[in-house]
Design a binder for this molecule. Structure first.
Ligand SMILES: [Zn+2]
Length: 227
């Protein structure tokens, strides 16, 4: 009832279509949720996302919740996460995706989840890391440890899109450091990012983790921009 009354004053709206949410709905209405362009990559071995990492880094599996398309609903969703401070949505997406990943995570024996960290200057500016909140939702849905504090970002480097792959690789090398690597020994971890485009950030971070004895890496993102 209180939610109903609150809705009169502060209507809860779908972040994608702006229609009023039902009591049972959160952030995204059922219609928009059914319209999300799911990749279902977790159910597909050698999927297109896994292929972009071939010859670059050794991942066990890679999957993404939805496809990114410019101007589409997913771009709108990511905009909410990155620039509108919608921290609850990030965690909610993790919960939502986590429920579909249950079986895959069990089959792959994944033990913990690590979000790609932001550089501390960027974290300070934004106040939160949307990938980490997504990871938090995943870790809750999957009941796996959130091990995000094990990795730090040493450089604020980001825009590398105009550079050739070779330069880009040099640019991202040692962007990340692993703290307390012993804690990740012989563990299979799920590395989580918001959007994967070239995959170079994931590549750099995964290569750091793969230095650890017996450490295996799989990848999950909210969205993937591949054709
Ligand atoms: Zn909607």
């Amino acid at each position: 009832m209180w939610q109903g009354i609150a809705n009169l004053f502060y209507p809860r709206l779908c972040v994608l279509c702006n229609s009023s949410l039902l009591m049972s709905e959160q952030h995204i209405c059922t219609t928009c949720q059914l319209d999300l362009p799911l990749t279902n990559f977790h159910a597909q071995i050698e999927n297109p996302l896994e292929k972009i990492f071939w010859g670059r880094t050794k991942l066990e599996r890679a999957f993404s919740f939805v496809y990114f398309k410019k101007g589409g609903s997913v771009q709108k969703m990511l905009h909410q996460l990155k620039y509108k401070g919608n921290t609850e949505l990030a965690e909610y997406l993790g919960l939502l995706y986590g429920t579909s990943l249950q079986q895959t995570i069990t089959d792959e024996n994944i033990k913990g989840i690590i979000a790609i960290p932001l550089h501390k200057s960027k974290f300070k500016k934004r106040g939160y890391n949307q990938s980490e909140l997504f990871a938090l939702g995943l870790s809750r849905a999957l009941q796996k440890d959130n091990l995000s504090s094990y990795v730090v970002r040493n450089k604020a480097t980001e825009t590398q899109t105009k550079k050739a792959r070779y330069d880009r690789w040099q640019n991202v090398e040692s962007i990340f450091s692993v703290l307390n690597p012993d804690g990740l020994k012989n563990k299979h971890v799920l590395l989580v990012d918001d959007v994967i485009t070239t995959g170079s950030t994931i590549e750099a971070c995964a290569n750091e983790l793969l230095q650890i004895e017996g450490c295996k890496v799989s990848v999950a993102s909210i969205a993937v921009a591949i054709r």
